[in-house]
Each structure stands twice: as structure tokens, then as C-alpha cells.
Design a protein around this ligand. Structure first.
Ligand SMILES: O=C(O)C1=C[C@@H](OP(=O)(O)O)[C@@H](O)[C@H](O)C1
Ligand SMILES: C=C(OP(=O)(O)O)C(=O)O
Length: 425
């Protein structure tokens, strides 16, 4: 797909549903008794992989257009699949479902695409094994395919090395099936959608500082879930509105859970013109509309506990940093190396190809802003966040940019290019 410079961006975008929350609605709805109705569900390939896995585990899931209906069978209602489960490109599906499968009375094999087969699963294999599960990497390299033999599980207290909502959620979900409470302490708070939604479905999850504790064997009841727009998808329009001249974009229905809103805090640090409107905190997951205007950005340092609150937004934040005055330092973000691609290496390689001054470090990037970008051929490495980040960079670069593997945006934002085209003036 090819892009050239745009003059300005104007208009309204309604952001599609949050990927993390959509996955969890399907998973927890499947484990609940009765029907769960999900509105605003993200029909991205990752969430469709989650639906496919739970259908294979015997759950009836209907797509009614406006709503997804999940006919849950209770905590012990899943049945052995007759095929290998395929999580596609989705780390969230792979790690969360592994926790659930650890507590079943049957054996399952779980795999995914080439990227998933390279992502580290030792981080869930270790705690799930400590709880009593039998979980094996079939290729012996700590990655999928995984064979998971459900066993009676024990409650544990586990301290994670990285702030990862996928690891935390995997352990808490296994904790549903344990013989005693299970708790997870993480080095910094990662997104808390599992804790909020499990409580909404009737589980007992308490959080103190960075420790979440779940009580076993709750009775989960089907619920109505309204999925807010994904701030990780909104991030591309936040960046685009800030760096494109003469622009004003209203981004509607954005989830602003404080464990996810780090990009808004970075916007404040960078002097970005972003205003929260129509804030709504009626449900457990707060939302707002965001009004974004062309900004004079300044470089900043992004580190520490802020990192887990914006981990998926760092590629597009790196693009913003190229348009800021001064230097932006991103550190404590080594997790970027084990996402769909090595996002430190791939961002550095592609931004450099466009003329940016970027240095990769072992846990982040140093970006010297203020150097005009020019078009280049960009290899997305089939990573949706890379493809979307470079579409935004390309609209503000001289000449033509070609993004290879651009279709991978289907993973989290199938209508991305349509929405981007809609606001180009
Ligand atoms: O729990 C989730 O829904 C997610 C957690 C994050 O991963 P980690 O838990 O590996 O940090 C994030 O990068 C991913 O896109 C979604
Ligand atoms: C890392 C991501 O997702 P996952 O881990 O679920 O593949 C992402 O969406 O950027």
C-alpha cells in the first residue's frame, strides 16, 4: 500500500472496540452460566481467533451483527476439542486460554501462526506448572505449540518479572480452578481489565498496590458487556492529529482506563493539544472523546511504571517523537522485543529508512526529533502496530512510502485505512 503527504486531517472517528476487553468478554462469557451479550465487540482477527477457540471447546457463540451472544456453560462446562486450538497471531488468546485450559479435566494442544510460535511462553509455563498444570512446549523452545494437560490446581502467590497483563490474567484464570486463593504481584501495574470484568461476572478479585488476588470456584453469571473503543487504536489518530499541519480530529468513544491511558500522559509531557471531552465513568471502564489538534511537540522521557500503560502505543509514540523538538528517550521497554515483531529493531530500521535519527537501546529507543522524514519502502514484518504507525509517518513525509504487508492491520483494526482516508483533506 502506498502513501504520500497529506495537507491536513479533519473530522470525526469512532474507534472500534477494545481488543483486550473483547477477548475477555468471550472468555469469561464462556465460563459463565447463561448468556453474555457483547456490544461494541472488535471483529479483528485476534478476537475472532478467541471466538474460534471457545467454539472448539464446545461453546455456542452467535454473531448477531450489533451483538455477540455467548451461551456460557459455567466454569466446568468446556469440553475437549477435537482439533488443535489455533490462536492465530494473538498472544492474549494464547496466554489467557492457557490459564483456563490448565484447570480442565482434558488435554489440549494450542498453537498459532509463525509469530506466535516465536513468542515466549515460559513466562506462563512456569507459574502454571507451579500450580500443578502439566504444560509442555512441543518444540522444546518455550514457545507454542503447547500441550496442556489439565490437572487439579493449587493456589499460589507468584511474583512476575515483567508487568504483563497476559501473565497476570493467565495465573488468575487458572486460580478460578485452584484449591485456595491465588495472587499475583507484578513490578508495576499492568492493564486490569481481567480483574474488573471477572468481578463484574461475579468472581472475587481484590487488588492492593500491584497484587491481585482471586478466590477459587466462583459462580460466574452471564452479563451485558459494552466494549469501549480501543485507546491503542485511537493512538494512531492522536499522533496523526498532533503531527499533521492544520488538523483537528474528534476521536469518539475511547476507553480511558488509567492502566491504559499512558499515551495521554505522554501527550501532556510532549505539550500535545489533546482535550478529553464527555468523560463517562458510569461503568467499570471509563471512556472519553478526545479532541486532538496540530501541536508543537517537545521531546520527553518515557520510563518506569508508565511503560505498561502504553506498551502497544510505543511504536506510534516513536513516530510522534520524530516530529518533536528535542530528544525523546524510551527506556524500561524491553518487552517491545517480544511482541508480534521485535518492535525496537523494526521501528529503528524503518524510521531510519525514512531519515529519522533513532538509536535502538537494549530496552528502548532514543529519538532526536525535528528531522524531515522522506518516503521509503517499509517492511511491516506483518506487525499491525508497525503498519499503522508508518501509515501515520508516511502522511507527514516527503515523497512516497510503500508499506509492505499492510493488510496485517486486520489483527486489531480492520477499518483502519478506510477511517484514515475519511479524515484526509
Ligand atoms: O492482556 C492483554 O490484553 C494485553 C497485554 C499486553 O501484553 P503483555 O501482557 O505481554 O504486556 C499487550 O501488549 C497486548 O496487546 C494485550
Ligand atoms: C502485543 C499485542 O497483542 P498480543 O500480545 O495479544 O498478540 C498487540 O496488539 O500489540
Amino acid at each position: 500500500m502506498k502513501f504520500t503527504r497529506t495537507q491536513s486531517l479533519h473530522g470525526e472517528i469512532t474507534i472500534p472496540g477494545d481488543k483486550s476487553i473483547s477477548h475477555r468478554a468471550v472468555m469469561f462469557g464462556s465460563l459463565a452460566e447463561g448468556t453474555t451479550e457483547v456490544t461494541g465487540f472488535l471483529r479483528g482477527a485476534d478476537c475472532l481467533s478467541t471466538i474460534d477457540c471457545f467454539r472448539r471447546l464446545g461453546i455456542s457463540i452467535e454473531d448477531k451483527g450489533e451483538q455477540i451472544l455467548i451461551h456460557g456453560k459455567g466454569l466446568h462446562g468446556l469440553s475437549a476439542p477435537d482439533q488443535i486450538l489455533d490462536a492465530g497471531n494473538s498472544g492474549t488468546t494464547t496466554r489467557l486460554i492457557s490459564g483456563i485450559l490448565s484447570g480442565q479435566t482434558f488435554e489440549t494442544t494450542l498453537t498459532g501462526d509463525a509469530s506466535i510460535q516465536k513468542r515466549p511462553m515460559g513466562r506462563i509455563m512456569e507459574p502454571l506448572s507451579q500450580m500443578g498444570a502439566s504444560i509442555t512446549s512441543l518444540s522444546g523452545n518455550g514457545c507454542a505449540p503447547l500441550r496442556i494437560d489439565g490437572r487439579p490446581l493449587h493456589g499460589i502467590h507468584y511474583t512476575t518479572r515483567v508487568a504483563s497483563a497476559q501473565v497476570k490474567s493467565s495465573i488468575l484464570l487458572a486460580g478460578l480452578y485452584a484449591d485456595a486463593p491465588t495472587s499475583v504481584t507484578e513490578p508495576a501495574l499492568s492493564r486490569n481489565h481481567s480483574e474488573l470484568m471477572l468481578n463484574f461476572f461475579g468472581a472475587e478479585v481484590k487488588t492492593e498496590d500491584t497484587t491481585a488476588t482471586i478466590q477459587p470456584e466462583p459462580k460466574l453469571a452471564g452479563q451485558k458487556v459494552q466494549v469501549p473503543g480501543d485507546i491503542s487504536s485511537a493512538a494512531y489518530f492522536i499522533a496523526a492529529g498532533c503531527i499533521t499541519p492544520d488538523s483537528e480530529i474528534l476521536i469518539k468513544n475511547v476507553g480511558t482506563n488509567p492502566t491504559r491511558d499512558g499515551i495521554l500522559r505522554v501527550c501532556e509531557m510532549m505539550n500535545a493539544d489533546v482535550t478529553r471531552l464527555h468523560e463517562n465513568a458510569d461503568s467499570g471502564e471509563p471512556t472519553a472523546d478526545l479532541l486532538v489538534r496540530t501541536s508543537s511537540l517537545k521531546g520527553c522521557t518515557i520510563e518506569g511504571a508508565l511503560i505498561p500503560t502504553l506498551i502497544d502505543e510505543l511504536p506510534v509514540i516513536a513516530v510522534m517523537a520524530c516530529f518533536a523538538e528535542g530528544t525523546t528517550v524510551i527506556r524500561d521497554a524491553a518487552e517491545l522485543k517480544v511482541k508480534e515483531s521485535d518492535r525496537i529493531a523494526v521501528m529503528t530500521e524503518n524510521l531510519t529508512a525514512m531519515g529519522a535519527r533513532v538509536t535502538a537501546t537494549y530496552d528502548g529507543m532514543i529519538i532526536e526529533g525535528g528531522h524531515t522524514l522522506h518516503g521509503a519502502v517499509i517492511d511491516s514484518h506483518l506487525d499491525h502496530r508497525i503498519a499503522m504507525s508508518f501509515a501515520i509517518a508516511a502522511l507527514n513525509a516527503d515523497g512516497e512510502t510503500e508499506i509492505q504487508g499492510a493488510d496485517c492491520v486486520n489483527i486489531s483494526y480492520p477499518e483502519f485505512y478506510r477511517d484514515l482516508l475519511k479524515i484526509q483533506k
